[in-house]
Ligand binder design. Structure first.
Ligand SMILES: [Zn+2]
Length: 132
């Protein structure tokens, strides 16, 4: 198991220090070895941006650790998507607030649903309320 990612699931994981950044592994280990390439989609739940990383992996033999232990493109993606502390702290402002359930509490669900209900009321031209 790698130390820099939280691994609950083999195909999806997230950046432990930045849990709004998730990764989906688009290729299986077998496909990676056959093609020599591993595809991983990184996604930022705060702004909704996603980017696919294509990593060259040897078809045979051990897989070398990238310099510094992490792929440079991934390091850049994480750096680009730190956002402000205010944005990070308020999931109701995120493009995909429920993308990574790590750390979610029922309060967050209530906030997100409340905001969505209010937005729908505003869209329909009804009065806005804080109590859905
Ligand atoms: Zn972002």
């Amino acid at each position: 198991m790698r130390e820099d990612v939280g691994v609950d699931d083999r195909l999806e994981t997230y950046e432990v220090g930045s849990p709004w950044i998730t990764y989906v592994y688009l290729t299986t280990d077998r496909q990676t070895r056959l093609t020599g390439r591993s595809k991983i989609r990184g996604e930022c739940a705060i702004c909704g941006t996603d980017q696919t990383f294509v990593l060259r992996i040897p078809r045979v033999g051990p897989v070398p650790e990238p310099q510094g232990g992490r792929n440079p493109e991934r390091v850049g993606f994480v750096r680009e998507h730190q956002h402000t502390a205010e944005q990070r702290g308020d999931r109701t402002t995120w493009a995909k607030p429920l993308r990574n359930p790590a750390g979610l509490t029922l309060d967050v669900f209530a906030d997100v649903v409340g905001r969505a209900v209010n937005d729908a009321r505003v869209d329909r031209g009804e009065d806005q309320t804080t109590d859905p």
